[in-house]
Design a binder for this molecule. Structure first.
Ligand SMILES: *Cc1c(COP(=O)(O)O)cnc(C)c1O
Length: 458
């Protein structure tokens, strides 16, 4: 069991070329496939949906033992491909690393795993500055908003929230809950605030921080972080740059140090590809200083960095420490997901997402459909928000997609929610060469629309 656990912490997606790490992963997969029994919760509740089996020839990197254990591409129960903008599909190894025996949250093995996880987050965010501080707390992405509002602002402060959809409204609400005044700078649906408008807004008031949603999951709009951060540092150097990266970390590049970002918040269930349940934040040295020089204590208890900062530092130093019990199983899943992500160059991962996104956007256009984000530079690479044909609503289309084994999401932007659908293309659906999720989804979309009477242009 000890060997299985040790190996389990190194499980990675088989890379396209072999390496010793790759061989170790085979051992891990073998050990795991014998101990794992998926709970087929969806088998009885959903129509029979079968994946096209993957020919053995494409699976040369998998062990024969593993082939015996599953007829399909994964050891998971048959299920429709979850292609919503988070949660996304899991790699088997990520899922299996949660079936870990119970261990003490202050014991050396777990503290070691947590510490390594924090170290890997530094790599994912491309920060080598020792003053940067990662936080991993139990909670969802929303807890990141609370962490920012509770720790980086004080009651009465003014903040500027760039609005590209639903998530900016909610972040602004969160600030208001802490007595902070949030001013929103809104763009038309499908667009983003322009730099000259942002510059003008920054000159009007002394904003303590500015927030930007990297990928707005409600509209599929991508914001440009590097030029925005440059502008903020030039025209309002005391304003902290905060990025909501819940739907972008893991599929869009973020160069935390090079772009002089002060805080990025994210979660496990979107492009990182681990189960929901962890709030991840990376704070700059400047953000930590801002926190440490506050005049009032944070108006939160669980979200307070006063409580978590020493704990996170201890974990990374591999010292046992306790403020509130973390979830060892979720940390194991995150550890495995990050090990997989970092087993190949990040640039390759982002390129794969861009290529898949180009393919989806091209197919959508060929179907005669429009996207909420009409300009390519505004379009996210991990998801696509697609207007349905005139007169059609998500309930007309989504059930037919489900019958074809694909789950998309309905609209989320309140003004137009009934007019569009969202297709998430992140994580293993893109990076695992054995999966054909995107192709199947595009075919399902085309066939599904035709079934309800839509005629695509030739
Ligand atoms: C999903 C999402 C959130 C909220 O995260 P939860 O995990 O649902 O709490 C916040 N911001 C963005 C951009 C998101 O996509």
């Amino acid at each position: 069991m000890a060997a299985a656990r040790l190996a389990g912490t190194f499980v990675i997606t088989p890379p396209r070329s072999s390496s010793s790490l790759f061989r170790r992963s085979l051992v891990a997969r073998h050990l795991h496939s014998q101990s794992f029994s998926p709970v087929p919760i969806e088998r009885n509740s959903l129509p029979q949906l079968h994946r096209k089996p993957i020919a053995n020839v494409h699976r040369h990197h998998r062990t024969p033992q593993r082939l015996h254990s599953t007829k399909n591409m994964s050891a998971q129960a048959d299920h429709p491909a979850l292609l919503i903008p988070g949660p996304i599909e899991f790699d088997d190894a990520v899922l299996q690393s949660m079936s870990h025996y119970s261990e003490s949250h202050v014991g050396a093995p777990f503290v070691n795993t947590f510490g390594e996880t924090l170290g890997m987050l530094r790599k994912l965010f491309q920060t080598t500055d020792a003053a940067s501080q990662p936080f991993v707390l139990s909670g969802s992405g929303t807890l990141g908003w609370d962490q920012v509002a509770a720790n980086l602002t004080e009651p009465g402060d003014e903040v500027l929230v760039l609005h590209t959809g639903y998530f900016a409204d909610s972040f602004a609400d969160c600030f208001e809950a802490y007595g902070v005044k949030a001013t929103q700078l809104k763009a038309p649906i499908g667009d983003r605030p322009q730099l000259d408008e942002i510059e003008k807004a920054l000159k009007e008031k002394d904003y303590k921080l500015i927030t930007v949603t990297h990928t707005d999951t409600s509209t599929g709009v991508l914001s440009e972080i590097e030029s925005l951060s440059k502008l903020v540092h030039k025209v309002s150097p005391n304003t902290l740059v905060v990025v909501d990266g819940v739907c972008s970390v893991g599929c869009e590049e973020i160069r935390f140090d090079d772009w002089s970002i002060d805080c990025v918040l994210t979660a496990t269930q979107k492009a990182i590809g681990a189960p929901a349940g962890l709030s991840i934040v990376m704070a700059s040295g400047r953000a930590i200083e801002r926190f440490q020089s506050r005049k009032t204590p944070p108006a939160a208890y669980f979200a307070s960095w006063k409580n978590w900062l020493p704990i996170m530092k201890n974990y990374e130093a591999k010292k046992p420490s306790y403020f509130a019990t973390p979830s060892p199983q979720l940390i194991h899943a995150l550890h495995t997901a990050l090990t997989q992500i970092l087993s190949r160059p990040l640039s390759e991962r982002f390129q794969l997402h861009r290529e898949a996104s180009d393919k989806v956007k091209k197919a959508v256009t060929e179907l005669g459909l429009k996207q909420l984000a009409s300009k390519r530079e505004n379009q996210a690479n991990g998801m696509t928000a697609i207007y349905l044909p005139e007169g059609m609503a998500p309930p007309d289309v989504l059930p037919s997609l489900l019958k074809k084994g694909v789950i998309f999401a309905g609209g989320l932007h309140k003004e137009i929610a009934t007019k569009y659908i969202r297709f998430g293309h992140m994580g293993v659906s893109i990076t695992d060469p054995n999966r054909d999720d995107v192709d199947r989804a595009l075919k399902a979309l085309k066939d599904g629309l035709a079934e309800v009477g839509y005629k695509a242009p030739n």
